[in-house]
Design a binder for this molecule. Sequence first.
Ligand code: BGC
Length: 920
Amino acid sequence: MTTPTPPARQPPPGQPPHGLRPAGLRPAGLRCAHLTDPLAVAPDRVRFSWRLEGGGADRVQRAYQVLVAADEDQIAAGKDLWWDSGRVGSAASEDVAYAGRPLIRGGSYAWKVRIWDESGLVSGWSATARLEVELDQASGWQASWIGLGHLREKVTPPAKAGRHDPVSRALSPAPYLRRGFQVTGPVAAARLYVTALGLYEARLNGRRVGDAFLTPGWTDYDQRIQYQAYDVTRLLVPGQNVLGAVVADGWYAGFMGFDAKRAGAHYGKALELLAQLVITLADGSQLLVATDEHWRGTFAAIRHADLLMGERHDLRLEPRGWDAPGFDSEGWHAVQCRDRDEVRLVADPGTPVRVTEEIEPVSIARDPGGRQVVDFGQNLTGWLRIRISGAGGTSVRVRHAEVLATDGSLYTDNLRTARQTDEYITAGGREILEPRFTVHGFRYAEITGYPGDLDPADTVARVAHSDIPVTGSFSCSEAWLDRLFSTIDWGQRGNFISVPTDCPQRDERLGWLGDAQSFARTACYNRDVAAFFVKWLDDVADAQYPSGAFSDIAPRLSIPWHGAPGWGDAGVIVPWTVWKMYADRGVLERHFGAMTAWMDYIERANPDYLRARLLGSSYNDWLAPGEDGTPRELLATAYWAYDAALMAEIADALGRADDAGGYRALWSKIRTAFNEAFVDGDGQVSSGTQTSYALGLHMGLVPDELRQDAAGHLAIAIEAAGWQLTTGFVGVGYLLPALSATGHTDVAYRLLEQPSAPSWRYMVDNGATTIWERWDAWTAERGFQSPWMNSFNHYTLGSVGEWLYRFVLGIDQEPGTAGFSQLALRPHPGGSLSFARGAYQSVRGPISVGWQRSADRLTYRAEIPPGVTATVCVPSSDAARVRDASGRGPSSLADFPGARGLREAVFHIGSGAHEFSGPR
Ligand code: BGC
């Protein structure tokens, strides 16, 4: 007999039904070195992380246990463990460094974790994750570099290029390389380790290996070459097999930056491939197929492929079936072999470039010359895929541009010498036209030679960039601001291509450190860039000078500039940001020496603690509109002090108390010197630029007793400028945070919502879909800015994204903490916004918040994951009356730092969903 029960009262989201124990807390989303199941990780980078899942309130991990063994069976049996951490009493669910027996190079391991919750209950074991260790640099490689560098082949210049065109003289066709081999039995596992001097696309039995593009990525090839590892078990068959690769110029041999003297071949001219296929047969025996003298090669359809210039394919020359068994390679050439040298071969620790989206045309129109111009409605990086059918020998040319001239034709002057043009000669029949080794920055494409009208269904833009997963979201009551948020994200997508570049279209595309540091925090909120920055910070370290100076660009190419304030300082700021956002202490350990060398380099030259010497190229507040009036020494000294403060935190995180003390002492000496030189007794900061104030306030340099006065002067200066920005690359990211931190959130919103240039809103209202390099890239009065420097996709001015997350939404961390374990959730409602909501997928799980306000009330909602606590500060005109969902009042009250006259209600919360409401 069943007794009817009354319907259960619905618990608030994230809470268990009354009377029931919360579901078990369990570890999920296991990662090693920020990657899921990496196939080649350096042994000293093996650091584990997981997320906690499970309902209920106030959930925490009290302890964990990690097991590592050669395979799942051994873990299950608890036998032959490589590491058993034992029960470690710790709340850390990220950055757990492997501490077992030394891992074997090329070895494969399984690992899992279990945790104990707040009441001491142990979870089940997590699903098993895997990791494989990178090869030994000397003994792990049996392959030789191979290529066709000994052969000369004629190149057809790109359309319209004359005989003496330096570009066509530098371009060369892409070698196709292949070798057949026998697999003598069923395959249990197979790994392909592969890299190139150039870019490679590996092929196995007629199929492309993996989905990554522009591999092996950009490093300083003279110092460090990355390789990728692929699981190719399923691509092999017993019997005849063929391994092949096409190699193209890329960063190694192609056009790079604006250094025309080195047109093509910054690192070398001869393209080479290095590959090693390790096959484990079912009987346990191993086969090895490596690049060596048994390979053969030829030049074929890809007549040239260059990152800046584009590609030319003569599809009539494609040897069909060349990468599969049964192909006759009789006419192919013997390859040239070269022994490996001393240059380090390292497993790629980063994020591969992939096609992450395809975008259909918004419209196709004819320009005054009758050329078809496709508009994709979004400025992006990638290329076009075009379907064509018809007679062979048809020449099709595709040019790319970010914007149109007034007559509707492509505007390409701002590309400088980059051509970003793809050309094809068809073979006949139904074909796909698509480049393979280039990337263009464009919204529009002009297509000539295509027979008849291009059907929109026959083309698509393929969006390509480092595949950094989305972690942030933002939406609010103002449609234009939602568009700005999307514009910031697209700017990041377009410029995170193996390294963080300034722009993706003109002849530059360089890893400028200043741009990267000012945008780093926004970048981390928007997307998971942990592995991406970890990789780039190795580039930064490689580019450091023996003097300790960080270069202005990394990889540094042949460009010798170094030490510029705000640029070189990225060598401290970006590792600190990666630690702050992802709790990665490994990155701090790895670069601590480089960072201290940088600090010593500055201090040696500036014994009086004013950074006036060794300012390198000093770009100062780069591209500040109008006059850049911020004194150079002021900007430089502020950054030096900031570095010192961050170094103290870094040293603390590494348990280096002495160093931390030393850097705190240094910070206070620089601060004193800064104040003596630049701050008046009434809180005025020298020169009075917005950037001077933003730096002095944000970096904590203005004495505490003068902060309010200084902030007041800043607000007056902004008003005097007509509520308009005067900041360039350096000041822009700090200005709104500095205003909000000193009670002037209203002024911050006025700048944010300012409709006329220079402003963010002006960009968006005038068609920007990626952040412009310059506030006035285009104006109705003057048209385009100087073509010599006018990118429509330069992420730096998008560093306002950090303020949207940390201040508007209020998703921030307690000072001194990292990895979002202790949150400080302090929303800053304002401007014309009636609501704002958003989320951040942190290393500890999703943090989701939102506020809405009516004429007299403000409601703030926050949901935080297990293992996380938060202090929630709700601003109010009557903070004592703010209540949580169960009617409880605040645990304390304080002045709200974001606005004068408001107080904040302070609550302490644990995991779960919470809501607070009170008078506005
Ligand atoms: C780049 C910038 C960079 C700057 C340094 C420019 O050419 O596009 O983004 O930071 O040079 O001054």
